[in-house]
Ligand binder design. Structure first.
Ligand SMILES: Nc1ncnc2c1ncn2[C@@H]1O[C@H](COP(=O)(O)OP(=O)(O)OP(=O)(O)O)[C@@H](O)[C@H]1O
Length: 601
């Protein structure tokens, strides 16, 4: 996408909100009111896209969070005479606290358990507001004074529309930057595949907490914006039905883009105006709409519009993978052979005396192995031998009971998986773990490993204006994609690639951070026979050109034998043989253990 188009795409949702505001100003009072309330719902919808769409966390607490924003700004104005803008800022703060409080238990649960957690928060909040009568006016409600800013008292419907429209456009702009930028992409990665996300420096709990906080800040802000316009605040308006209605915004609009929030929030808020003749059946209509969307258009209105546009352009099927690109050098695959082991290469990864029990089962028993700098070491063994357990201990996804795992002298056992990338260790996965909804380019950018929450927020701002961080990240990622022959597919959603290309994408993601060691977990599992030799050539080329060491767990013995310079064989949790592939595979004990051959015969 060209730079002006990228900027315009980032600004477009906020411009639509401003456009709706300007279009509403000449209208009568009632349409002005409807548009103002619809714009507030757009802010709610866009905020919920962050939590419900990108982070895939269900919430039934949006009503209470909106109430928290509304009551914060209003009570400060009523009881302390706090100016409107400071009240709005306070609503952002209480919204953030509410999001953080929900996240404390919320990040540990998913699905119906999370729904229950948020429902409890919702109920407790509404009960507290109702019972704190002297402060909040209780169930009877409390009158909110007209806000005033810099001497301008906001009274008329036009004034309210202008105020709400401008501030909402700002909120939508901020949310757009976050959703479209590195923060939104990393959040989708965290929600899509926690293990892969953690392996590339994305702290899943930190991102989910940030999603709860950002989403709650947006919803509370919307509550504070709307409060003076609705004039009387009462707790029942923010009850569980309101929460359910708000949850429908991203579901109906579309969960993965800010436009879903706009279409869902704005659309569902305006729809009742068109349903007035059948007002008694409104709720039935809404329920049916949600069911129809979930069943037939899980991508919501956004998906429906996208399909329509593609159909008009004559591409009804959406993005498709182009014919398989040739990997540079693949033609010469058969000629690529492992280099001899680097003479006297220093040990890079050292595993010593590692133990792991599962109950009475001794799954890893005093295991040891060494991968030298620039070496390619294979780990083989029959099913259940303990290879995956040992691999997971090395990659940090399984704790060891005893032993030592050191990388270039640094002990790894105390490090979280996401911290290993900083040392220069990356990995691929037995079951390919690309982030399917993100483009190949974004998958590889995540592989750079600079994925802390604050860094991603900074990167999101940089991406909006295509600053130097973005240019560098894209340049490095494109180079890595080029190295594996996928540069032409950079913009393609990773989930649309063939399995062989997803394996290559994983390799690009693993090499982009310039690691010193890649842990390859069954790299040719499920790959078509014809592509295995290409992948072997690719790995050998990467090893030779970038001097990246590799530890490979694999069942495909011919592949391992032609890729690796040294092998360890596991049997019943222990390392039972090691040496060059030719020597190891020729050992009678290994043939018996691995291939079940009768050595005595
Ligand atoms: N989380 C777990 N809980 C209990 N037992 C486990 C667990 N993970 C592995 N095991 C057991 O530990 C032993 C070693 O399993 P592991 O998966 O490490 O072997 P493997 O060599 O990788 O096998 P495969 O090649 O089939 O993947 C097996 O008996 C397995 O059933």
């Amino acid at each position: 996408m060209s730079e002006p188009r990228r900027l315009l795409a980032g600004l477009a949702p906020a411009l639509v909100v401003l456009g709706a505001t300007l279009a509403g100003l000449p209208l009568d009072n009632y349409p002005k009111y409807v548009i103002a309330i619809a714009i507030v719902s757009i802010v709610v919808g866009a905020s919920l896209v962050v939590l419900v769409g990108l982070a895939r966390c269900i919430t039934l607490a949006a009503g209470s969070v909106m109430a928290i924003g509304a009551y914060t700004s209003s009570l400060l104005a009523i009881h302390l005479g706090v100016p409107y803008l400071i009240g709005l800022a306070a609503a952002l703060l209480t919204g953030a606290i509410a999001g953080w409080l929900i996240a404390l238990p919320g990040t540990r649960f998913r699905g119906h358990n999370l729904a229950m957690v948020t429902l409890v928060f919702q109920s407790v909040c509404i009960i507290l507001i109702r019972e704190a009568k002297t402060l909040t006016g209780g169930a009877e409600g409390i009158h909110v004074p007209a806000p005033s800013l810099f001497g301008w008292t906001v009274r008329s419907d036009g004034d309210f529309l202008l105020l709400i429209g401008v501030l909402s456009a700002l909120a939508v702009l901020v949310l757009t930057v976050l959703v479209r930028g590195a923060f939104g992409k990393n959040l989708q990665a965290a929600a899509g595949n926690e293990v892969a996300a953690e392996a590339f420096g994305i702290s899943v709990p930190a991102y989910l907490t940030a999603a709860f906080v950002i989403s709650s800040v947006g919803v509370a802000f919307a509550g504070a914006l709307a409060a003076p316009r609705v004039r009387i605040l009462d707790p029942e308006s923010y009850g569980v039905m309101a929460s359910i209605f708000m949850l429908a915004y991203p579901i109906v609009g579309g969960m993965h883009s800010i436009w879903g929030g706009l279409l869902g929030g704005g659309g569902l808020r305006v729809l009742p105006e068109f349903l007035r003749p059948v007002a008694d059946y409104q709720e039935l209509f809404f329920a049916s709409l949600v069911i129809v969307v979930v069943m037939f258009f899980p991508g919501g209105f956004v998906e429906l519009i996208r399909r329509g546009v593609l159909a008009l352009r004559g591409h009804p099927a959406g993005p498709r993978e182009a014919p398989q690109p040739a990997v540079a050098g693949a033609q010469a695959a058969a000629a690529v052979t492992p280099l001899p082991a680097p003479d006297g290469a220093a040990p890079l990864l050292v595993v010593e005396g590692v133990d792991r029990h599962f109950g009475a089962l001794h799954a890893v028993n005093a295991a040891h192995l060494t991968v030298p700098v620039g070496g390619i070491h294979g780990l083989i063994g029959p099913n259940g031998a303990g290879k995956t357990s040992l691999f997971n201990i090395v990659s940090g996804f399984l704790a060891a009971d005893a032993g030592r795992v050191a990388f270039d002298g640094t002990s790894l056992l105390e490090l979280a998986p996401r911290d290993r990338i900083r040392l220069g260790i990356t990995r691929t996965f037995q079951h390919v773990a690309v982030f399917g909804q993100l483009s190949c380019l974004d998958n590889v950018i995540i592989g750079r490993g600079r994925n802390g929450v604050l860094a991603a927020i900074g990167q999101s701002v940089d991406e909006m204006r295509s600053g130097p961080l973005t240019a560098r990240a894209r340049g490095e990622a494109l180079a890595a994609l080029d190295a594996v022959g996928l540069a032409d597919l950079a913009g393609m959603p990773a989930g649309a690639l063939s399995l062989g290309n997803q394996r290559r994408l994983e390799i690009a993601r693993a090499i982009v951070s310039d690691p010193r060691l890649i842990l390859l977990d069954e790299p040719v599992s499920g790959v078509a026979e014809a592509e295995i030799e290409e992948l072997r050539a690719l790995l050998l080329r990467i090893n030779a050109e970038r001097r990246i060491a590799m530890l490979v767990v694999e069942h495909n013995i011919p592949f391992v034998a032609r890729l690796c310079r040294s092998l360890s064989v596991m049997g019943a949790g222990a390392i039972v043989a090691e040496g060059t592939p030719a020597d190891v595979i020729a050992m009678p004990a290994v043939r018996q253990l691995y291939f079940g051959e009768d050595v005595a015969a």
